[in-house]
Design a protein around this ligand. Structure first.
Ligand code: FEO
Length: 408
């Protein structure tokens, strides 16, 4: 990567010095098809530079090279750590050994503990009071506690002078690219990657997001630039846009009359049932996303569930249970705690329909309602498929009767 290209000046006194990870394809179970960035920022204060966050450990040398295009690292008088997860703190000890020996590290109270737990005596952070404004290296910074977005230590930092808000994971996305700003990218890509990020990283804490969005106007923060730690930076109308999307995604009332049909198949029988149920859902005016797990990643299923009310899961019976691909997807989705109103199970079987039984038991704690499953022995007949279409149509009626005017 070209270091000069990456160390961009984004405001009068703020520089982007992070790195691009073009190769990343898996972020602990989340498929990152477009790679990612680990953003870090240098802010010029009256008494020296302040580094906001660092990068994953294996990119530490690249980070230092980018810093050197802006200043002598020994001019860095402080590091503000907004989030201790190692993709943002992994090179902090390396950086600390190369900057001003008097440099201090600032983090939230939980962040100071998390940094100590990760790096021991190598990183001793000073806890900043939530909501406080502190002078650091001759420049005022305001701190906003954003606990559980998505770790207990998470916080935002506002550079008061240039009105730049650093939000760590919030408003981010896994999208590698040289352009700095969101408006340099195809809006469809921004929508896909930002919603996928929300579904896979923040959905589990959607209620916390909703509360933060609710109190956000009272914080009296009106940033000119919003800098997440992954993906492009937000400016202009993009700031209100992404805050609006977070308000929408965190509110279950905004889901569509939509069902996600997820399945794997052994000898194509469960696949035929899936298609018939999808046809019935469509006939009943529900929107349908059909997601065969051969070729669909669990993190894309999560993204489709972001605006869906129903999860319809299929598996043939295998070894008295469900197929491992289906168990994988369900385990992942369960952890994200989507507000699923309707669950249903389907599948083919040889001599006992134990796959659908296992699916139903798994779906029960995940969904507000789980309807009776539908199973077909061996290969579905035309009559069986007609029953599956009717089954899908009835599901659609249940989904749409909740709030018909929300039909997309
Ligand atoms: Fe990008 Fe929670 O780390």
């Amino acid at each position: 990567m070209n270091a000069e290209r990456e160390s961009l000046k984004i405001s009068e006194s703020v520089y982007r010095v992070g790195v691009i990870d073009w190769e990343l394809r898996n972020f602990h179970g989340y498929e990152t098809r477009r790679g990612t960035t680990y953003n870090a920022f240098l802010v010029k204060g009256a008494q020296g530079y302040i580094l906001i966050d660092t990068v994953k450990n294996n990119f530490k040398d690249e980070l230092m090279a980018h810093i050197r295009t802006v200043c002598d690292p020994r001019e860095i008088k402080a590091i503000i750590s907004n989030h201790a997860e190692p993709d943002h703190s992994g090179s902090i000890a390396h950086v600390l050994a190369r900057i001003s020996p008097e440099a201090k590290v600032y983090a939230s109270a939980m962040g100071a503990k998390a940094l100590a737990a990760h790096y021991g005596d190598a990183v001793k952070a000073e806890a900043v009071p939530a909501g406080a404004t502190l002078d650091i290296a001759g420049r005022p910074f305001r701190f906003v506690e954003t606990r559980m977005l998505h770790w207990p230590d998470s916080m935002w930092t506002l550079d008061v002078t240039d009105n730049v808000l650093f939000t760590n994971d919030a408003f981010g996305m896994h999208l590698a690219g040289l352009p700095c700003w969101h408006d340099a990218y195809d809006p469809a890509v921004i929508e896909e990657e930002s919603s996928k990020y929300f579904a896979n990283i923040l959905m589990i804490y959607a209620q916390v997001v909703a509360k933060l969005i609710e109190v956000y106007p009272t914080l009296n923060i009106h940033p000119s630039i919003v800098c997440p730690d992954h993906g492009p930076l937000w400016r202009g109308g993009g700031i209100d846009h992404i805050i609006g999307r977070y308000a929408q995604w965190s509110n279950p009332a905004n889901r569509k009359n939509k069902a996600v049909v997820v399945y794997d198949t052994m000898w194509h029988s469960t696949e035929k049932i899936a298609h018939a149920i999808a046809e019935g859902l469509n006939r009943g005016n529900a929107e349908v996303a059909v997601m065969p797990l051969r070729g669909t990643h669990r993190s894309d299923v999560a993204r489709e569930l972001l605006d869906a009310k129903a999860l319809i899961v299929g598996s043939p019976t295998l070894n008295q249970g469900m197929m491992p691909t289906v168990a994988d997807a369900l385990t992942y989705i369960k952890g994200l705690k989507f507000p699923i109103d309707f669950g249903a199970a389907f599948g083919s079987y040889g001599w006992a329909p134990l796959g659908t039984k296992a699916l139903q038991e798994y779906l029960a704690p995940m969904c507000r309602n789980v309807t009776n499953s539908i199973s077909v022995q061996f290969v579905p007949t035309e009559e069986n498929l007609a029953q599956c279409r009717d089954y899908g149509e009835k599901l659609a009626f249940a989904i749409c009767s909740d709030c018909p005017e929300q039909r997309a």
